[in-house]
Design a protein around this ligand. Structure first.
Ligand code: ADP
Length: 293
């Protein structure tokens, strides 16, 4: 992956300003990443940085939202978050420059530390569910309009917008709408009341790293205040989290009885997002969950 010249000179300029001395970029190296953005590691005279960029016309303010999310998570001082060097524009590009995390392998304490840190993060609360701004989930807009009640937030800000997108794009038919309607009537009985918790919001195994000190580090968030079981459910959607993670989480901030049975309900949201991003193949997974509730 080549770093466009316009980005290279803008990044050098910003680093020069921040470090108060002339900064030179020595090399760039591509980083395997997501589907939407380009990502590289740059080596410079003031150290290594992680840079990702995209076309600002396609995904306006995506990195600004990511910057806000990373800042909010970092402010909680619960878990390592890469420091944001800058978020800016150059030509039609928008880009984000972060502290480069040198990745290590999990040691014997890693999963325990991760479970504890996520529980600490979730102890950060707010008056309402939602956030003071919308952000992105993948490349789709995530609406964070505030609600005092979790169930109405989950239905109106999470499920319904994705369901509408899927239906309008003809990924699915009307039967899904009635199946969801039936589920909505049951949510109050099934989901325990909890205060809003600060969430990563997209916590699958591709969205954390292991630092060279062996600490968990969260990346690429879709932050909001929500029901904390949402983050737990995402860890189970594609797997990859060790049992010790859940033990440590529960030892630090116990989940309500029956949490395992509820996780699939929350995963209807990322599954619908997958339907909208990658197509109808995920619809059958949505239906198989709906049939169980
Ligand atoms: P995208 O928004 O395109 O999905 P990510 O933020 O998930 O991009 O980053 C893509 C990959 O780049 C990650 O899976 C991770 O391996 C690596 N990465 C992300 N942030 C950093 C960082 N701060 N330092 C080093 N590598 C990183």
């Amino acid at each position: 992956m080549l770093l466009p010249e316009i980005l290279k000179s803008k990044i050098s300029e910003i680093l020069t300003f921040q470090f108060k001395r002339k900064v030179r970029i020595f090399s760039v190296q591509s980083v395997a990443g997501g589907d939407i953005n380009s990502a590289i590691k740059i080596a410079s005279s003031v150290g290594n940085f992680f840079v990702k960029w995209n076309d600002g016309k396609k995904f306006p303010a995506m990195f600004y939202k990511e910057f806000l999310g990373l800042k909010l998570l970092d402010k909680s001082q619960s878990i390592k978050i890469p420091k944001v060097v800058c978020e800016a524009k150059a030509g039609s590009y928008e880009f984000l420059v972060l502290e480069f995390i040198d990745e290590a392998k999990a040691d014997s304490k890693f999963w325990y530390k991760f479970g504890e840190s996520l529980a600490r993060l979730h102890k950060n609360t707010a008056k309402n569910f939602g956030l003071d701004h919308d952000n992105y989930i993948g490349s789709l807009i995530q609406s964070n309009q505030k609600h005092s009640d979790w169930i109405s937030f989950f239905i109106e800000e999470r499920i319904q917008p994705q369901l509408k997108l899927a239906f309008d794009a003809q990924f699915t038919d009307r039967t899904i709408l009635s199946a969801f309607k039936r589920l909505f009537t049951k949510l109050n009985e099934v989901i325990p009341k909890e205060p809003p918790a600060l969430l990563h919001g997209d916590l699958w195994s591709g969205n954390f790293m292991i630092t060279s000190q062996g600490d968990p580090c969260l990346i690429d968030p879709a932050v909001y205040y929500g029901h904390r079981e949402v983050d737990i459910s995402m860890t189970k959607l594609f797997g990859g989290f060790s049992l010790e993670f859940y033990e440590a989480y529960n030892a630090t901030f116990p989940l309500d009885k029956g949490w395992k049975e509820r996780l699939d309900i929350y995963n209807l949201y990322p599954l619908l997002v997958h339907v909208n991003l990658f197509g109808g193949a995920y619809v059958s997974q949505v239906f198989s969950i709906l049939r169980r509730f």
